[in-house]
Design a protein around this ligand. Structure first.
Ligand SMILES: O=C(O)CCC(=O)C(=O)O
Ligand SMILES: [Fe+2]
Length: 291
């Protein structure tokens, strides 16, 4: 794999941002996106414990323990949010994560601590999601099914992000009817997934106070190097075709996958994994013939 560092910018006008990063679908780290947010300094572990520690939260385990082609993950256990935040703060090594957490439904006052920076239009303001993970946990390689653009701002500790644009899909063992890869990038098995070696993308360590812009359709793999959490704000794909494709993925492709999973169970999973490997390896073979 060839991985380059992501660009970093302090301040940027919406026009320049659009031209350089949105239209070219290039990721970039924004150091001042959260500059005016109270959350930037306020959202410490002790503050979150104080305000929301009493809530019960559902924790998910390692995605690798799921069947490789099954995307939906049932929770593994339930604890108090406070107990979980202690684990993050002390960098306890564990697979436990919380994803797509709308903490603001439980504690709406937290909504006052951030805004939607006008670097781009079209924010999906009903869905300000949070993601939490213990040191050592990871998020499998995927791109977001709705094809939205993501601004993901980091709190509490370090997260390593590996990114690939859509041109690399051919090397990434995409499972049919999903937006996920079959491969585990954290423990890449090049015997089983040799084409991964040909993929080129980006890698960066996201630190507290930094925001990563992930353009629509970009593949991302996240490693929680330290216990940490993020707030992810989304904007809709600006092009009508992109919106349509996003809606089609969510309402048609995902539904079909759920349906086949239910009725064909293992046969369906085996088929998807076989196809992911076959398709990618065919590309690999055709390339070695060309060389
Ligand atoms: O950081 C995470 O835990 C996952 C974030 C993610 O996949 C997203 O914001 O789309
Ligand atoms: Fe994602």
């Amino acid at each position: 794999m060839q991985l380059q560092e992501v660009d970093t910018v302090q301040d940027i006008s919406p026009e320049e941002f659009y031209e350089k990063y949105v239209s070219t679908r290039t990721p970039v780290k924004l150091l001042n996106y959260t500059k005016s947010w109270a959350a930037r300094d306020k959202w410490t572990y002790s503050f979150l414990r104080e305000i929301a520690g009493h809530h019960k939260v559902k924790l998910h385990g390692a995605w690798q323990d799921n069947e490789p082609t099954k995307i939906e993950m049932p929770p593994k256990k339930e604890t108090s949010f406070s107990e979980y935040l202690d684990m993050l703060e002390h960098n306890v090594e564990s697979d436990l994560r919380i994803f797509l957490f709308n903490l603001f439904k439980l504690e709406p006052s937290l909504l006052d601590d951030f805004n939607y920076p006008p670097i781009m239009d079209g924010y999906l303001e009903e869905f300000p999601y949070m993601f939490f993970g213990c040191a050592g946990s990871d998020v499998r390689l995927h791109y977001d099914i709705d094809l939205s653009n993501v601004f993901i701002s980091q709190f509490g500790g370090k997260k390593r992000v590996t990114l690939f644009d859509q041109s690399q899909t051919k090397y990434l063992y995409k499972l049919p009817f999903t937006t996920h890869s079959a491969a585990d990038l954290g423990a890449a098995d090049y015997d089983k997934y040799p084409a991964l070696k040909l993929a080129s993308g980006w890698q960066t360590d996201l630190l507290p106070g930094e925001t990563l812009f992930m353009p629509s359709g970009i593949w991302h793999y996240m490693q929680y190097v330290e216990g940490s959490f993020s707030l992810s704000l989304r904007t809709l794909n600006p092009s009508p075709m992109g919106k349509l494709q996003g809606a089609y993925n969510v309402f048609v492709i995902r539904k079909l996958d759920e349906y086949f999973n239910k009725f064909y169970k293992n046969t369906w999973s085996d088929y998807k994994l076989r196809k992911a490997i076959e398709r990618t390896n065919e590309i690999l073979d055709s390339q070695s013939v060309e060389h």
